[in-house]
Design a protein around this ligand. Structure first.
Ligand SMILES: NC(=O)c1ccc[n+]([C@@H]2O[C@H](COP(=O)([O-])OP(=O)(O)OC[C@H]3O[C@@H](n4cnc5c(N)ncnc54)[C@H](O)[C@@H]3O)[C@@H](O)[C@H]2O)c1
Length: 350
């Protein structure tokens, strides 16, 4: 079987989730890993049988690597992505793709010019319930979309923010409850509701000390299709609740919690609707992250997405979550920060 040789840059908390996923993907093989902290690279390499590097540029010289996961802090990806593209490697970047649209556009340009794929990890899209909801939208089952909401009422300790110098900083985390934790649900909401027209937001720091970013945000949105919506995001709510997405239309309503269907009802009932309702609580859960960043994160979502990325390379077709599409979540969050800073509603253009 043809295998895609794979590298990981950044060997911190999320990197083992990529490595574990790769170990279960027959079409992929983890070849090497790289981290500026030697111990981090060596630990991951030893656990997963890979070659450690402290300089990713050396790792990128290898001919047996075709694709790379970028697991470095969010605001450090653009230069690394440009080097990967220049070396002809396909790039799967963790979320958010980068911390500003300007930096994301540099990544997209570099990938386009080099003819490599640029994907962004939004593993929530690969949850069974999340995908079923998208199908229902594509087949027009909601009638006219009326409201789309994302609620991320999570908890992060002060120690979490102190566990890495980059966490909670504007430059490297890019933002707080919206940009780091909430972005999965923001992406899902936009995947379902489409292009927003306006964004209005308020943000605050209420439950932590010394952060440059928000741990509380309330955002209202209007969408091009005439619908409205809200995003509520926090990391200051104890004990933390599963993130929730609600999509409501004139002919149906669906509610997801941690990517799983909790409510599913349409005016025009299909035979499979009852089966879907019967399966509530029995889907393969991908974990929630509500109270703790990783202890509850299953790698199944990453496995599905990394497998799609690898198959995209082998089949010479774009991956399911392309950088160009992942850009919108950061554009909307940047607009929310602008609105919160000025008190004004921000208009977005397509
Ligand atoms: N998809 C998800 O659910 C999910 C979950 C957690 C984190 N993440 C994302 O993953 C990224 C990393 O988060 P983390 O929690 O693993 O952070 P972390 O601080 O635990 O790990 C980052 C690692 O990158 C290394 N690093 C820094 N600069 C480097 C460079 N120039 N070259 C190579 N290595 C470098 C650090 O030494 C560290 O080992 C963030 O962007 C975060 O948003 C995504």
């Amino acid at each position: 079987m043809e295998k895609v040789g794979y590298g990981i840059i950044g060997c911190g908390a999320i990197a083992p989730v990529h490595a574990r996923s790769l170990a279960e993907i027959p079409e992929g093989k983890l070849v090497a890993v790289s981290d500026v902290v030697k111990d981090n690279a060596e630990r991951l390499a030893q656990e997963f049988g890979a070659i450690p590097y402290t300089d990713y540029r050396e790792m990128l010289k290898r001919d047996d690597i075709q694709a790379v996961s970028l697991c470095v802090p969010s605001g450090l990806r653009v230069e690394i992505a440009e080097a990967c593209a220049a070396a002809g490697k396909h790039i799967l970047a963790e979320k958010p793709l980068e911390v500003t649209v300007e930096r994301i556009d540099r990544m997209i340009r570099a990938a386009d010019e080099a003819g490599v794929y640029l994907g962004c990890v939004f593993q929530s899209r690969f949850a069974d319930g999340a995908a079923k909801l998208r199908e229902a939208i594509d087949t027009g089952r909601f009638g006219k979309l009326v409201l789309g909401d994302a609620y991320i009422k999570w908890y992060r300790t002060q120690e979490y923010y102190q566990s890495g110098a980059w966490r909670g900083t504007r430059k490297l985390d890019g933002g707080g409850a919206l940009m780091n934790q909430g972005i999965h649900q923001v992406d899902l909401l936009l995947w379902y509701m489409g292009q927003p027209r306006t964004v209005h937001a308020q943000t605050a720091l209420v439950g932590h000390e010394g952060l440059e970013v928000e741990d509380l945000a309330c955002v209202t949105l209007t969408f091009e299709n005439g619908a409205m919506g809200v995003i509520e995001a926090s990391t200051a709510i104890w004990p933390g609740h599963d993130a929730r997405i609600e999509v409501h239309g004139t002919e149906g309503s669906v509610i997801l919690e941690a990517g799983e269907i909790k409510f599913w009802k349409f005016k025009n009932e299909f035979p499979e609707d009852e089966t879907i309702r019967q399966s509530i609580g029995k889907e393969a859960a991908l974990g929630s992250g509500a109270g703790d960043p990783l202890s509850n994160l299953k790698h199944e979502g990453h496995r599905r997405q990394i497998q799609d990325f690898i198959r995209a390379i082998l089949e010479k077709r774009p991956p399911r979550v392309q950088g160009k599409e992942a850009r919108l979540a950061v554009e909307v969050i940047e607009a929310a920060y602008r609105s919160a800073a000025t008190g004004k509603t921000v208009e977005l253009t397509k």
